[in-house]
Design a protein around this ligand. Structure first.
Ligand code: SAH
Length: 241
């Protein structure tokens, strides 16, 4: 229903987050560029409480791990009920589970997600979720890095922030998204602004000279050198000489 935009308009990018802590949203995304864009309807955010589908008088959502061990596991039946209630057909958005075991999030994936209709994002807690709901509801596991958070909420905020800033009209100039780190497999060149001299450190002369070709060359060189030094894994075979 919500996927169909009126003719000539674009449906706003839509995030639905399933969480035990809906109060964490929009959180920092309610401020600055993402907050302004949210307020004017360029994207939307719905945080739904998994506990609304909890069982019994205590609305229980978790149980002890089969086979024993520490911690608690989010129940598959509870999570599936929450997902089903949040996505009445038809809903073509990708369903993501924030998870340290997931595919590492990249700028390319962020771009693809941002170009789509939005995302349904499940936030784990405790030891994680019952494995069966991942296959049963077609969840794609996404990680924001090789470290363990206490819950998926901050990871979801990271993913949504990265997507929303790429939506048309959210960032000041469209160009500022094109030369950034990871675009074209490079880290970005260094930035400077006034004052020209600061504590004995001057802005490189080439940036003050007004020769745009020379500036572009300098930036490309710095970008390549930084990438070689810090993230050689990003460099493709198409590397410039
Ligand atoms: N026992 C799990 C970690 C659970 S952490 C393991 O060892 O893999 C609890 C929840 O935090 C996870 O279910 C997930 O939703 C979220 N989370 C933790 N680290 C994350 C990361 N690097 N990326 C995305 N989500 C993460």
């Amino acid at each position: 229903m919500h996927d169909a935009a009126a003719p000539g308009t674009v449906a706003p990018w839509r995030a639905t987050v399933l969480t035990l802590y809906p109060e964490m949203f929009p959180g920092p995304l309610g401020l600055s560029l993402s907050g302004d864009a949210l307020a004017r309807g360029a994207w939307s955010l719905e945080a739904r409480n998994i506990r609304a589908h909890g069982l019994g008088r205590h609305r229980s959502v978790d149980d002890t791990p089969a086979g024993g061990g520490a911690g608690m596991v989010l129940r598959c039946d509870v999570l599936a009920a929450a997902i089903d209630a949040a996505t009445p057909e038809p809903d073509h958005r990708p369903r993501l589970l924030m998870s340290p075991r997931g595919t590492p999030l990249t700028q390319a994936r962020v771009r693809a997600l941002s170009a789509g209709p939005g995302a349904v994002i499940v936030c784990g807690r405790f030891e994680g979720v019952d494995e069966r709901v991942i296959a049963g509801r077609g969840l794609e596991e996404v990680s924001i890095g090789d470290y363990v958070l206490s819950g998926g909420e901050i990871a979801a905020l990271v993913l949504i922030d990265a997507c929303v800033r790429l939506l048309p009209g959210v960032m000041g100039k469209p160009q500022s998204g094109v030369e950034e780190s990871f675009e074209g497999g490079r880290l970005e060149y260094p930035h400077y602004t006034r004052p020209r001299d600061w504590e004995g450190r001057a802005i490189p002369d080439v940036l003050m000279g007004g020769n745009h070709a020379a500036i572009a060359r300098w930036r490309a060189e710095r970008s390549l050198a930084l990438t070689r030094a810090r993230r050689p894994d990003l460099l493709t075979e198409r590397e410039d000489p």
